[in-house]
Design a protein around this ligand. Sequence first.
Ligand code: SAH
Ligand code: SF4
Length: 350
Amino acid sequence: MRANLYDLAPPVLRETLGGIVDPPFRAKQIEEWMHLHGVDTFDAMTSIPKEVRTLLSERFTIALPEVIERTTPAADGSQKYLFSLADGNRIESVYMPMGERTSICLSSQAGCAVGCTFCVTGFFGAGRNLTASEMLGQFYVIRREHQIPSEMLNVVFMGMGEPLLNLENVITTLDGLYKSVAPKRITVSTSGIIPGIDELGQLERRPNLAISINAPDRKRREEIMPITAKYPLQQLMESLRRFPTEKGRDLTIEYVLLAAYNDSPADARALAQLVGDLDAKVNAIPFNEDANLPEWMKRPGDAAIDRFVDTLVRNGVRVTVRRSKGRDIAAACGQLRGKTEPRSRASRER
Ligand code: SAH
Ligand code: SF4
C-alpha cells in the first residue's frame, strides 16, 4: 500500500522526500502544498514539475477523508460534517464561527472506549484511532471549503474520541497543524488520561490543555466517568499541577452541568476548592440532551446555570459558559456519533 504523506512526522517526511526530489526547496514546496493548501492530489501541486508529481503519485498518496454529508448551517452558523474514511468508518467534525475567530472541532477516534455516561460518542462505544491524515484532513477540507485564512482559526480536539489515547498520531497531526496554526490556537481536550497529560507536557511545542472534570468529587466523577477508577481524581489534579502551562495561557477545566446532579452552589464551591490555585479557567457546558443518553440527565435551566457560575466567580474562579454551538443540528459537545441515523433507545433495547 502506498504511504500517505500526511501520516509522516515532519522529519520523516523531509527524509522521505529528500531521497526522491531534489533540490531541498522542492521538499519545502511540497510541504507547503500539503499543510498550507491542504491539497489531496499531487496534480494540484502546480509549481512541481509534472514528472516529479508522477513519480510521487506512483509511490505515495495524499488522500484526505471524503465529506459525505454537511448539514445546512445552524442558527448560530455552525455546520456539522460527516466524513467517510477509506475503511468505511464515519466520523464527524464541526465548523463553528464565533465572531472574530472560527473554531474547527476535530475527531481523534472513530468512537470512544472511555464510556462517559453523558456522551453519545461514548454510548456508541470504541472505535479505532484516526491517522494523522484523517485528523489533518478534517481541518484542511473544512478550511478549504470555507476559504478561511488560518490566522483566523482555532483548532479544538473535542470531537469524537479521546485524543490522549491516540497520542502518537495526535502529535504528528499537531506538527502538521503548526505549519499554519500557532500552538496557542490549538486545544486538546482529555477525559484525564494521566500518562498522556505527562507526555504532552514534555513536548517542546504544546497545545492548550482542557480537562473534562465534570464532577466536584471522586464519587460522582466515578459515576459518570468510569475512567476515574483507573486515573483517580486526586492524581489527575496532581498531573495538572505539574503540567507546564506557558505564560499567558491557562488550563481549561470543562464541567458538564447536569440538572440537580452537579449544578448546586455547594457543587460550585467544591469545584472552586478542587481547582484551587491552578492557573485554570472553568468552562461550564450545560448538558446537551440526546435520546440515547440516560433519561434522568437534564440540562439545567438558565437560573441554575447563572447561580452556579456566580458562585464560582464569588469563590475566585474565572469561568465561561459554553453556549453550545449547533445544538439544533446535533453538533454540540457530546452529540457526535459518526452515524447518519441516530439509533433510538427502543432499537438499542431490542
Ligand atoms: N474525549 C475528550 C474530548 C471529546 S469530548 C474529553 O472527554 O475531553 C469534548 C467535551 O464534551 C468534554 O468536555 C465532554 O465532557 C463534553 N461532553 C460530552 N458529552 C456531553 C453532553 N452530552 N453535553 C455537554 N457536553 C458534553
Ligand atoms: Fe469519550 Fe470524551 Fe465522550 Fe468521554 S466525553 S466518552 S472521553 S469522547
